[in-house]
Design a binder for this molecule. Sequence first.
Ligand SMILES: Cc1ncc(COP(=O)(O)O)c(C=O)c1O
Length: 349
Amino acid sequence: MPSSPIVADLRSDTLTKPTPGMREAMAAAEVGDDVYGEDPTVNALEQHVADLLGHEAGLFTPTGSLANMLGVRLLVEPGQELICDTLAHVVRAELGGHGALGGITTRTVPSPRGRMDAEALLATAAPDAGPYLVSTTAIAVENTHNFGGGTVQPVEQLRRLREGATALGIAVHLDGARLWNAHVATGVPLAEYGALSDTVSVCLSKGLGAPVGSVLVSSAERIARARILRKRYGAGMRQVGILAAAGRYALDHQLTRLAEDHAHARSIAEAVAEVLPSAVDPDDVETNIVVLDLTASGRSGADVAAAAREHGVLVSALGPWMVRAVTHLDLDDEAAAGAARVLAKVLSS
Ligand SMILES: Cc1ncc(COP(=O)(O)O)c(C=O)c1O
């Protein structure tokens, strides 16, 4: 445990606690059995998120990983291939679920800081590859990009990917766990992002601050198939309107405030860049994630995370020479300033 009281827990934006208004909305939620399709709060949330993203239908899932697994599985049959980037959450942090449970294979292309390269993704795809090679049927993109440092994918790149994928006859899945952050950072309408993908997963439990829940959106036909797969994977849920109410509250009350998280992340990056410019360029910090590259400092991620912890600031060591700090709803201006001071102090010593 840290020797100082916790100033800021920046390990993830999943650590937030439900706000009082959210708890009230949860307590008041009308519920029913969702496996029977009878939970009015879940049904309304699913349709609301589908409408926001310009898709026909939605499916509430307990996690973003499951929403991704279902979204990808709708586009890729067992024995077929998904292309994505080397740092993508779908290949790095879903514990092989797409292969183990979905039977799909993946190939990856490099993505510096998680920034997608539409031409490279398209050039790697091998649709209708015949009897000897695996056929690609979908490409996945992540927006914003988690391990890349909250990187926003440029909308022109997403348009180019959509156009190229359509020409190749393959589909696009968007891992939009933090699509809300991209929308708030750029002003690009959610429906525009939605229109550029066949399936989209979004999380309610990251920056939005709900305790649990994600939504997968797509066509009504695909979502009907996903509903069956979700039950098969053991995630048919019952009176989960209580949780859906938290997600709806987050969308109605805690979406635009993501801009505060972005400002906090930038201020942390600026403080670090002053003492260790090689670690981060504050201009690269577009949303709520700051990834610090410690290579030039000779300090390991674990060492820096341990030193920051001593001063009450918790960050994640992402790799041997990297740490990640994520800003969120439970971090106010004072805590963000304190965290910036501590990280600058740790990295200058
Ligand atoms: C980009 C991205 N996609 C998907 C997920 C999966 O979400 P969950 O932890 O709810 O499974 C995460 C979680 O951090 C994420 O960062």
